[in-house]
Design a protein around this ligand. Structure first.
Ligand code: BES
Ligand code: ZN
Ligand code: ZN
Length: 491
């Protein structure tokens, strides 16, 4: 899809449809140009709420075009999330009618302030809804092209509109890149594949790259990471990218869980739904996606990005339940369930990144089914050792669209992950509060002086339903925009 900013409206544009955003609290009787608006809106039960839309019954303008009205909700609530979702809804509705080109007349109040943010969000809503993962569909007739041209009609004299479009395009490309990695199957996306993607990013944007193989990881003492990797023929890769900016005042660490497939290992998962575990590298995809966006946007802040990429497989060489392993930190871990593998790989990744002079660390991981049970498919859980840091990320998430909810790192629950014969156990003795005990396990490997936030994205990372406006049966690219925006705010 190509998006253009355009001052001319309708008459001079060769589009098939015009989209209007309507606020819930706008005066419907004043739609002089649409004599039947009130009647038709009533029939469609359209009140201008977010999520509502209807096509006007007749074509209007010259040349004749279809007219789509989309609800924007209340003026006072309008922000990037509303902009993103209403644009996404417009794309779905236009696609239902196989419309290939459209123009969007921005309501004058829609982009009144926060122009960059609003135009960026609209761009994201358009591109991300219009793009579908179709790489493995060989029947050309079944491949949908989506909308080809979209004109956003605004007064162009304001450079902020251009800027918003550019940022929106960069963020969307980065999210699509992450989605692609997540949705692509694990027979293609191996640890080595992720390493090669990281290398391509380093070439494209001048990042420093370090890829470590099994031997090098062994030298570093990464016993926890390697124990998980042991069962697979596809060898592990420890991936480290650095972005250094002139005049940067801070260094942020990004850590992504990079299980390119999680079968559970010897503690094998049930067959049903196991295929979705190709998405257990969604944290890795998010940090790579964020690096791609930041390579383009070049914020004035240093970033260290780390992924401990491997596969969790059962085999004669796989780690056994009951094993006691030694992590890079020197701490020992009793492994009572080989399916709680993410925290083992992250323990070493966290130890490694804390040696890179970072001021703060954010890890993203599809860590627990428990978090998915607690918060559902649209919201990720966030925990951390510094409340101001967590609050700041919560604030950013409201703009980026990656919904977060804080869970407490209740220190009383540490008793559940104690091991009688090692420093810590990789699972809890009780069923309850699994997202929190996983967070506490990670905290065990984090030094107090470093601000740390852990985001459990098990729910929103990947979905096989078709409900949300912004994505469908594929990887979501959750977290890419959150991390990119966080880095930009620290610029
Ligand atoms: N990758 C899974 C968590 C997961 C589950 C992500 C569902 C996305 C959707 C993780 O490695 C895992 O298996 N966790 C176990 C931990 C348990 C054994 C303590 C879980 O949540 O069941
Ligand atoms: Zn697992
Ligand atoms: Zn896992």
């Amino acid at each position: 899809m190509e998006i253009f900013l355009e001052e001319k409206k309708s008459k001079n544009l060769k589009t098939e449809a015009v989209v209007f955003g309507i606020f819930e609290d706008s005066d419907f009787s004043k739609k002089e140009n649409f004599p039947n608006f009130k009647k038709e809106a009533e029939r469609a039960k359209f009140k201008g709420n977010l999520g509502e839309s209807f096509f006007y019954s007749e074509k209007l303008f010259e040349p004749k075009k279809q007219v789509l009205f989309v609800g924007l909700g209340k003026k006072k609530d309008y922000g990037s999330q509303q902009a993103r979702n209403s644009a996404a809804l417009a794309v779905r509705k236009l696609q239902e009618r196989n419309i290939l080109s459209a123009e969007f007349w921005l309501h004058p109040e829609e982009a009144k302030d926060k122009k960059i943010e609003i135009i960026s969000a609209i761009t994201e809503g358009l591109i991300l809804t219009n793009t579908k993962y179709q790489r493995f569909i060989t029947d050309k007739e079944k491949i949908s092209k989506g909308i080809e041209e979209f004109f956003i009609c605004v007064k162009k004299e304001d450079k902020d509109f251009e800027k918003g479009l550019k940022i929106g395009e960069i963020l969307s490309e980065a999210v699509l890149f992450a989605r692609d990695l997540i949705t692509s199957p694990s027979n293609e996306i191996t640890p080595q594949y992720l390493a090669e993607e990281a290398l391509s990013l380093s070439k494209a944007y001048g990042f420093k790259a370090k890829i470590m193989d099994e031997k090098e990881c062994e030298k570093m003492g990464m016993g926890a990471f390697l124990a998980v990797a042991k069962g697979s023929q596809n060898k592990p890769r420890f991936i480290h990218l650095s972005y250094k900016a002139k005049g940067a005042k801070k260094t942020i660490g990004f850590v992504g869980k990079g299980l390119t497939f999680d079968s559970g290992g010897i503690s094998l998962k049930p067959a049903e739904g196991m295929g979705a575990m190709k998405s257990d590298m969604s944290g890795a995809a998010a940090v790579l996606g964020a690096m791609k966006a930041l390579g383009e946007l070049k914020p004035k802040v240093n970033i260290e990005m780390v992924i401990a990429a491997c596969e969790n497989m059962p085999s004669g060489s796989a780690m056994r339940p009951g094993a006691i392993i030694k992590s890079m930190s020197g701490k020992t871990i009793e492994v009572q369930n080989t399916d709680a593998e993410g925290r083992l790989t992250l323990a070493d990744a966290l130890t490694y990144i804390q040696k890179q002079n970072v001021d703060e660390v954010i890890d993203l991981a599809t860590l627990t089914g428990a978090c998915m049970i607690a918060l559902g498919t649209d919201i990720a859980g966030i925990m951390g050792n510094d409340n101001d840091f967590v609050d700041y990320l919560l604030k950013i998430s409201q703009k980026s669209g990656d919904a977060l909810w804080q869970l407490p790192l209740e220190s009383n629950y540490i008793r559940f992950i104690k091991s009688p014969i090692a420093d810590v156990c990789n699972i809890s003795r009780v069923r309850w509060g699994g997202a929190i005990t996983a967070g506490l396990f990670l905290k065990f490997f984090v030094e107090n002086k470093i601000k740390w936030a852990h985001i459990d994205i098990a729910g929103p990372a990947y979905r096989d339903d078709d409900l949300n406006e912004n994505h469908r049966a594929e990887g979501a690219g959750f977290g890419v925009r959150l991390l990119a925006k966080y880095a930009l705010e620290n610029s």
